[in-house]
Design a protein around this ligand. Structure first.
Ligand code: IPE
Ligand code: IPE
Ligand code: MG
Length: 256
């Protein structure tokens, strides 16, 4: 215990407070395996995973992260058994019920991106209430990707842009990277729409239809830790790993 506290302190001291990634995106994976390892139903893993979301939100906000985007449910996750899907759809209701007062206390603003209208009515209500109740908060943006898929995101952006062209509001020659970024679901984040750091837990090293355009120059960091076991010190280690990367954006190494 004592050693852990010491290690945590050392980690904390090692972090460069001036180089915290502005936008961190996380593919929260491994809930099912966490539960299976304990001979529990998969939903027990999702329940525990929800607690991790609370912990990491607080840690990220305290560190000075400006946007935390969490992949909570993909457009492909509807393929799962009905009972699991319905449990997952109930989680935002529980989560916001418990956690909105803390979010407000920590000045955290909730946003949600994805096809919200396809969610069950009570999930939509929970999400919309949380967005409204935290709309005056000016600190970290806690952005949930819920019923989100990056191909859907890109397809909808293409449709919006095409419509502007068809309506004579936009010249085809004027379409540039910024036009596309602005029309994606992350467009509301402005300069912060691209993650600086993308984390995936559980040992899988794939993107699973998450933020394909936006991660063009993100630093990707993977860990074998399952999402329900993810904690402050693992998160800090991953930020440290990010801080050791040399982000070149196609240029050449800059001397520090
Ligand atoms: C991530 O955990 C949560 C969601 C995708 C909703 P999983 O449920 O994918 O867990 P594993 O990958 O089966 O262990
Ligand atoms: C990605 O995890 C989606 C979320 C974390 C919400 P999955 O568990 O659905 O991804 P795959 O199926 O392993 O690629
Ligand atoms: Mg998974």
């Amino acid at each position: 215990m004592f050693k852990n506290t010491q290690d945590n302190q050392r980690l904390e001291d090692e972090l460069d407070k001036n180089n915290i990634p502005d936008h961190v995106a996380i593919i929260m994976d491994g809930n099912g395996r966490w539960a299976q390892k304990r001979h529990l139903p998969r939903i027990a893993g999702h329940k525990r995973g929800m607690e991790t979301v609370k912990t990491i939100t607080k840690v990220a906000s305290d560190l000075g992260v400006k946007v935390l985007t969490l992949y909570a449910f993909s457009t492909e996750n509807w393929k799962r058994p009905h009972d699991e899907v319905s449990y997952l759809m109930g989680l935002p209701v529980k989560f916001f019920n418990d956690f909105v007062p803390d979010l407000i206390k920590n000045n955290v603003q909730v946003k949600v991106m994805g096809l919200i209208d396809q969610l069950p009515a009570q999930t939509q209500k929970a999400v919309n209430d949380a967005i409204k109740d935290t709309s005056q908060c000016t600190g970290m943006v806690l952005n949930f990707a819920l019923n989100y898929g990056s191909r859907l995101d890109i397809r909808m952006a293409v449709q919006k842009i095409s419509q502007q062209v068809a309506d004579g509001q936009l010249d085809v020659d004027k379409i540039d990277d910024q036009t596309i970024s602005d029309n994606l679901m992350t467009g509301f984040l402005g300069d912060l729409s691209d993650p600086d750091l993308l984390i995936r837990t559980s040992g899988e090293e794939r993107i699973s239809n998450f933020l394909l355009w936006q991660i063009a120059y993100s630093e990707l960091v993977f860990t074998d830790v399952l999402w329900p076991d993810f904690d402050k010190s693992v998160f800090q280690k991953m930020i440290l790993e990010y801080q050791h990367r040399d982000r070149r954006f196609g240029g050449i190494k800059t001397s520090k």
